[in-house]
Design a protein around this ligand. Structure first.
Ligand SMILES: Nc1nc2c(c(=O)[nH]1)N[C@H]1C(S)=C(S)[C@@H](COP(=O)(O)OP(=O)(O)OC[C@H]3O[C@@H](n4cnc5c(=O)[nH]c(N)nc54)[C@H](O)[C@@H]3O)O[C@H]1N2
Ligand SMILES: Nc1nc2c(c(=O)[nH]1)N[C@H]1C(S)=C(S)[C@@H](COP(=O)(O)OP(=O)(O)OC[C@H]3O[C@@H](n4cnc5c(=O)[nH]c(N)nc54)[C@H](O)[C@@H]3O)O[C@H]1N2
Ligand code: SF4
Ligand SMILES: [Mo]
Length: 723
């Protein structure tokens, strides 16, 4: 027996192979680079991921999501052939048949319902090349104006605010390497420790060097544990909080008069607006006491330099645009921008959250951050694509408005690439109903996501280990991901799929690319002279190191820091914005007395389609948990670990409670990484910011009712815990 085993083992050893693949994590905006060692023997396959030491952004680190990302690539659930729905069942079909079905269906929809009856829905996980091509595909091959993407739910508030205030929208104005030298850092609605874990050391270093850190969040997150001062703000009141802080800066003369006069407009108006503010009233609205508010303002005001960062906590509101503008006011009033260790940043979310919003999958935008309503921009791009300017569609509508149009049957065919809208949109019961009205739904994915389940046709795409392309990380640094793993035989890259369909629709020449690099070369031309200018960046340069845009020529080093000399508006000045919003009225009702805010946990990514298929991640956090203060739980007869129903005016879902005293008593928090009855977006509502069309993910009035009484708990106990 042992002879046999020895023989077997030596045979295993002989036949084992080792392969090292370069990889860039498919998840968040840090885009940590790594090497994945794959060891294969007769009966086993092992993986060893190792972070790349010389990655200037991650600093040679990776988090648990990155370390386990490969697990979804090798998962048995991967879609490996085109899948056509016949009588309610998916059957696999050859590519030729799949492409024929799409062409026939899309052409028939446009013939019956009009040119704009086709919608395209993209995502921030796509590479820059694929983002660019998806925009070209929608406008040129499908000739529809209806294209938008999931970044609408992610970056739209800060991107509009940055454009309006500073004239350009690049996530961070400075590189992360400057953070350790900052003297004061404000982190507003950003939970970096869970969402971009590998960049936390920059903040730790800053703290060690004496920085004062202020966190603004209704929860005491792992990020908040870094803070010298934590403002436990009531959700939805950030604009007032920032406005109150601005008053203190003016009243106590922490403002930089010289900077405001020489480099900004609108400060006199803002100064006047804050005169009438009563700080006690701000405190009543925000739940932050006046002393803490003053302390935060003084610390930020007196520091010689510093950073202010925002993320989805302040941005995902129906006044998200206004929230961000109010925070940018603080940066401008103190002149903390446009120099070393001083700046603003909206921490981008998805792997290509930044590039995804620059190259044309947004309803109003053409590549390079050009505007689809600007005649010169339209001419530039139509010339490049070989179209007449008049043939280029005009601007369409935002992501959630696309769904509303589908519901009204103004859009009857949809092409989804890189998103799972049934789980990630607000008011998801409505969204699912709307998508069921479509005449034809095509979903390009690696898995049968909740959205793909509704599709008429699923097209299998390659994963991050297989697909080469560039991504633009949270710093605005363009990085090259080399995908060296061979995809499964019948799986194609997103760009190949777009090219195949476009060719079948008669645009073979305009979509005849032989590689991602080929597309990048066209993207360089498309962005030349534009705000997000990539024309000086090449694969050859990127193989050496990542490059910050704008980069207008091959000899240009890239722009690590923005606004040193001037802002990007025509008059070179930044712009203040007085608070427009009225005092918040009470957001809860008798039927729905609690404030729900939503977000993320470290172990899962977005709608969880990939991370729920990583056994090691799923094991750590297998189901959604609702964070609730023990006193609030007692008040509503909920015990710790109990399953209950969470309801709003829109719908209800099922979730288990997790008691924590690190959250405000009037607020509960849930992650959104699960689908079906566990999807938190069944209760959120489709109320949109009027300017940027961001939904209000971070504020819903809800009620909680126990589903099943936990028999091991004495009901008397929970009654006696009531206040
Ligand atoms: N582990 C993990 N990492 C991720 C992702 C993921 O799904 N999982 N997703 C990526 C993506 S796409 C994105 S966009 C980013 C998101 O990154 P973040 O924006 O940092 O993440 P969130 O958890 O959505 O929200 C951040 C914080 O906002 C707080 N908050 C809620 N409401 C309010 C409010 O009204 N005011 C204030 N001031 N704070 C509030 C929440 O308590 C939460 O701690 O993360 C990226 N990284
Ligand atoms: N309640 C609540 N809802 C939210 C948020 C919140 O904080 N709270 N946050 C919002 C934010 S910030 C975001 S970014 C959205 C994101 O939400 P979604 O757009 O739904 O994002 P993902 O879950 O990443 O969905 C991506 C889908 O595309 C697939 N995919 C991944 N990579 C690729 C690729 O390269 N090509 C193709 N074709 N497919 C790919 C995945 O398998 C998955 O099915 O959710 C938003 N929804
Ligand atoms: S999830 Fe983000 S921080 Fe974690 S390894 Fe991936 S890119 Fe890096
Ligand atoms: Mo996001």
């Amino acid at each position: 027996m042992s002879d046999f085993l020895n023989h077997f083992r030596s045979k295993e050893l002989q036949q084992s192979t080792e392969k090292v693949m370069p990889a860039v994590c498919p998840y968040c905006s840090v885009q940590c680079s790594m090497e994945l060692l794959e060891q294969t023997a007769i009966t086993t396959r092992k993986f060893k991921p190792k972070p790349s030491k010389n990655d200037p952004t991650s600093g040679g680190r990776m988090c648990i999501k990155g370390a386990n990302a490969h697990q979804h690539v090798y998962h048995q659930d991967r879609v490996t052939r085109p899948m056509l729905k016949m009588d309610g069942e998916f059957i696999s079909v050859p590519w030729k048949v799949a492409i024929e079905f799409i062409t026939i269906q899309f052409q028939s929809i446009q013939a019956h319902d009009g040119q704009d009856a086709l919608g395209v829905y993209g995502g921030g996980s796509l590479t820059n090349e694929e983002t660019y091509l998806l925009g070209k595909f929608a406008r040129m091959a499908l000739k529809t104006k209806h294209i938008d993407y999931n970044g609408r739910f992610c970056m739209s508030a800060s991107s509009l605010a940055s454009n309006a205030a500073l004239g350009i929208d690049r996530g961070l104005t400075n590189s992360l390497s400057e953070i350790p030298d900052a003297k004061c850092i404000i982190l507003a609605g950003t939970n970096i420790a869970d969402c971009q874990p590998t960049i936390i050391p920059y903040f730790r270093k800053a703290k060690k060097n004496g920085a004062y850190i202020i966190v603004i969040d209704p929860r005491e997150t792992t990020t908040a544990k870094l803070a010298d001062l934590h403002l436990k703000v009531k959700p939805g009141t950030d604009a007032h909080l920032a406005n109150g802080m601005l008053k203190v800066l003016f009243d106590e003369n922490y403002v930089d008069e010289h900077f405001m006069e020489s480099r900004t407009d609108g400060y006199l108006e803002v100064e006047k607006q804050v005169e009438s503010i009563d700080l006690q009233e701000i405190s009543d609205i925000t739940g932050v006491n006046v002393d803490d508010l003053k302390e935060a303002s003084r610390q930020y005001g007196q520091a010689e330099n510093g950073f202010l960062f925002t993320a989805r906590g302040v941005e995902q509101h129906s006044n998200g645009y206004e929230n961000v503008r109010q925070f940018i006011n603080l940066v401008l009033a103190t002149g903390k921008i446009g120099r070393y260790a001083a700046g603003y940043g909206s921490i981008t979310g998805q792997g290509n959250g930044q590039g995804g919003r620059e190259h044309g999958q947004k309803a109003d935008q053409l590549p390079g951050y050009r505007s689809i309503e600007n005649v010169e921009d339209r001419k530039f791009i139509s010339d490049l694509w070989g179209l007449k300017e008049s043939e280029l569609p005009r601007k369409g509508v935002s992501a959630f408005e696309l769904i509303e149009k589908i519901d009204r049957q103004e859009i009857t065919g949809l092409f989804v690439m890189g998103s799972n809208p049934v789980v990630s949109n607000p008011d998801s019961i409505f969204v699912e109903k709307a998508l069921k009205k479509l005449k034809y739904l095509v979903v390009v994915d690696m898995f049968i996501s909740e959205t793909a389940q509704l599709a008429d046709l699923i097209l299998p795409t390659s994963s991050y280990l297989e697909d080469t392309g560039t991504m633009t990380n949270l710093e605005g640094r363009v990085v090259l991901r080399r995908g060296e793993r061979q995809p499964p035989k019948d799986v194609k890259h997103d760009w190949e799929i777009l090219a195949m369909i476009a060719s079948a629709l008669g645009y073979e020449k305009a979509f005849s690319y032989s590689s991602a690099e080929d597309i990048f070369e066209e993207l360089r031309l498309a962005t030349k002279g534009a705000k997000a200018d990539y024309s000086g960046i090449s694969y050859k340069r990127l193989d050496q190191e990542g490059i910050f845009w704008p980069c207008p020529n091959e000899g240009h080093p890239g722009t690590n820091r923005l606004f040193d000399q001037s802002f990007a508006h025509e008059n070179e000045r930044a712009l203040f914005y007085p608070l427009q919003g009225k005092k918040q009225s009470s957001m809860t009702t008798v039927e729905h007395p609690l404030l729900l805010t939503t977000g993320r946990v470290m172990e899962h990514y977005l709608t969880g389609v990939q991370t729920r298929r990583s056994p090691d991640l799923n094991k750590r956090y297998p189901e959604p948990l609702l964070e609730i203060h023990p006193e609030t739980g007692a008040q509503y007869n909920i015990s710790d670990g109990e399953i209950f129903q969470l309801s709003s005016t829109r719908g209800s879902m099922i979730i288990r409670s997790k008691f924590t005293d690190q959250i405000r008593k009037d607020t509960i928090f849930a992650p959104f990484h699960w689908g079906n009855s566990q999807s938190i977006n069944r209760v959120t509502k489709g109320k949109l910011d009027p300017y940027c069309k961001m939904p209000e993910f971070k504020l819903t009035a809800v009620s909680i009712t126990p589903l099943v009484r936990n028999s091991s708990k004495n009901p008397e106990e929970s009654v006696s815990m009531k206040r």
